[in-house]
Design a protein around this ligand. Sequence first.
Ligand SMILES: NC(=O)CC[C@H](N)C(=O)O
Length: 231
Amino acid sequence: MKIGVITYPGTLDDRDAQRAIRLAGGTPVPLWHADEDLKKVDAVVLPGGFSYGDYLRCGAIAAKAPATKEVIRLAGQGLPVLGICNGFQVLVESHLLPGGLIRNEHQHFICRDQRLKVENNQTSWTNLFEVGDEITIPLKNGEGGYIANPDTLKMLEAENRVVFRYLDVNPNGSMNDIAGLTNERGNVVGLMPHPEHAVEAGFGPDTDLAMRSGTDGLKFFQSVLKALVKS
Ligand SMILES: NC(=O)CC[C@H](N)C(=O)O
């Protein structure tokens, strides 16, 4: 299965995403922001980083890139899309996911291992989790505060579209502790933490061994491969 990874000017985590895909058993396909076709990939990852230097708002310029336009078109046909951190910001700026992401409440950049609760395992990227699973995934961003108007929040909760919630601490002031979301169909998922940094045991920023990110992130990439085999 071919999984595209889009590189924008300023993207940081494209190679880690490619590595995660390879470790899960897929074939990563590097894509460039100016590409007008996505080389017939079976799924696509929008990785983390600082696309276009985070000018205007994080993800705002990337949302207008030729490759993103194609992502928007193909997502409408069911292409599995995962937006990680800056990729989540791009998905929100593209209106593939609702709401907005603003500066962390405390105004600081965060870099930590973050506990998350899995709330929805009916998406292309989470089908190997159980609802209620508690996982640890690294988080590193400056603009991760999720906001939405009351009606949107109500709709997201009623339709079970919150996929991940922050556990133990809410690190950035996100409404309803929201760490990740899906679209109605479940093929598009965006989250602030970085699953591609939790695919091999024994690394992560925390010095407490028990807290170190393990391989919880690998399941995202294995899930999409399973979803693709089924479809
Ligand atoms: N790790 C990232 O993708 C960072 C996203 C974005 N540049 C921010 O600081 O919020």
